[in-house]
Design a protein around this ligand. Structure first.
Ligand SMILES: Cc1cc2nc3c(=O)[nH]c(=O)nc-3n(C[C@H](O)[C@H](O)[C@H](O)COP(=O)(O)OP(=O)(O)OC[C@H]3O[C@@H](n4cnc5c(N)ncnc54)[C@H](O)[C@@H]3O)c2cc1C
Length: 393
């Protein structure tokens, strides 16, 4: 009998398991994939996520993978060029972009070190319920053999297509149609800053990552998904050439070291977060377009919030349900700005008013830093509207 079973051992599940185990809970962490496998995702971790890794004592391990700090950002749109750095969080001014096959095992190992029992290649297929219908465990398969495990709480950290959410029939309580599709790959080219290039209908980012490589990712309108995926290689290069000509030039002569990966499943939703004996964390409960690169950081934020609400001592069912309801309420508040920002960027539209605002921002290093803080999710969009900016406008 465990206190908690966490289904999914990546950005949401592993930190949740780690923090609950550190708080004294008996935790089982299950994942259907193996340790250190890759996943379909790029991997920019903004400063709030970096600060969380530092709080958990894991930032040095991420650095030790050879992942370079990203201290400067260049953002280009129309005639505008913003270059600078974010003010940071808790003294952490750099972002990092560790490859997922390196980041995810650091997180899972930390959960195991904290005392969680971590089992790979275990696929959860069903939930156990008590006589009152309360979830009290899981049914799962490991190498074809079925097993069951009991716990007072099952946490679904199993991603956008969450099995736990569907077994609990957790409805989507807010949903916005898909807006983009994304394709990315890696280049044998060393870069020193995060670059963001935007034009109507196009978005390109280039990101320094492990192995002295540069991750280059491209976004297209969802309406062009069928056309893009018909010849994704061509569309990817053409998007870089048209939206980020300087990046295209830089890559000229370097080789692409990995295959192209992409998705049109840029869902935007909030699911009901909790019910009797279960709760969802990370993409399982809330997913948004990846264009603002907030999913990993937001998974960390939710993991910390959930574990703070659950607390250290095993609670009776009523107190536990109250704590989970409080987490659900806080999740919606904590994620609202991030959701709004993702939907806004994912429209891939550029309004003249925004360009006027950016022209005012670009001539002021303080406002530029605030702009990059907003991009990183450190401050809300309203932080830009200082008397300084209004005077310039
Ligand atoms: C193209 C793209 C680019 C992105 N770029 C960024 C970025 O730069 N920065 C950023 O912060 N975010 C980015 N994201 C978002 C980010 O990938 C997710 O928000 C993040 O991975 C969510 O973590 P998670 O732990 O909730 O879910 P996941 O990473 O999806 O992990 C879920 C885990 O659950 C396991 N699982 C699923 N079902 C079961 C089951 N039945 N039994 C057992 N295990 C199960 C899976 O094997 C998986 O390991 C991107 C996403 C995409 C698609």
């Amino acid at each position: 009998m465990f206190d908690v079973i966490v289904v999914g051992a990546r950005c949401a599940g592993s930190p949740t398991a780690m923090l609950l185990a550190r708080a004294g809970h008996r935790v089982l962490l299950l994942d259907r994939s193996g340790r250190g496998t890759d996943t379909l995702s790029t991997h920019v971790i903004h400063q709030p996520g970096v600060a969380a890794l530092a709080r958990w004592g894991l930032l040095d391990r991420i650095r030790a993978t050879g992942c370079p700090p990203i201290e400067r950002v260049l953002y280009r749109v129309a005639d505008i060029r913003l270059e600078g750095c974010s003010g940071g969080v808790d003294g952490h001014e750099a972002a990092y972009a560790p490859r997922r096959h390196l980041l995810d095992p650091v997180l899972a190992d930390a959960a195991a070190e904290a005392g969680a029992e971590y089992r790979t290649r275990c696929t959860v297929t069903g939930l156990l319920r008590d006589d009152a219908g309360r979830v009290c465990g899981v049914r799962a398969k490991h190498r074809g053999r079925e097993f069951t495990e009991h716990a007072r709480l099952v946490i679904g950290a199993d991603g956008m297509r969450s099995t736990v959410a569907s077994l609990c029939e957790a409805p989507k309580v807010q949903e916005t149609p898909r807006q983009t599709c994304a394709y990315y790959s890696y280049w044998d080219h060393e870069s020193s800053r995060l670059e963001l290039h935007e034009r109507p209908g196009g978005w390109v980012a280039s990101v320094p990552t492990n192995g002295r490589k540069t991750l280059v990712l491209t976004y297209f309108p969802q309406s062009s998904y069928e056309e893009v995926r018909a010849d994704a290689e061509k569309a990817y290069l053409e998007q870089i050439r048209v939206t980020a000509p300087a990046v295209y030039e830089e890559l000229h002569g370097s080789t692409r070291s990995e295959r192209l990966r992409g998705t049109g499943h840029q869902e935007n939703f909030f699911r009901q977060a909790t019910g009797p004996g279960w709760v969802l964390v990370g993409d399982a409960g809330h997913h948004k377009d990846s264009i603002t690169a907030r999913g990993i950081t937001d998974a960390f934020v939710q993991a910390e919030s959930l574990t703070e609400h659950i607390g250290g001592a095993p609670a009776d069912e009523t107190s536990l349900d109250e704590a989970l309801a409080d987490f659900a309420r806080d999740r919606d508040i904590l994620m609202a700005e991030s959701y709004r920002a993702a939907l806004s960027a994912a429209r891939l539209e550029i309004h003249p008013k925004r360009l006027s605002l950016l022209r005012a921002v670009q001539s002021d290093p303080g406002l530029t830093s605030t702009y990059f803080d907003i991009f990183a999710g450190i401050r809300p969009a309203t932080a830009l509207y200082t008397p300084q900016l209004l005077a310039r406008l």
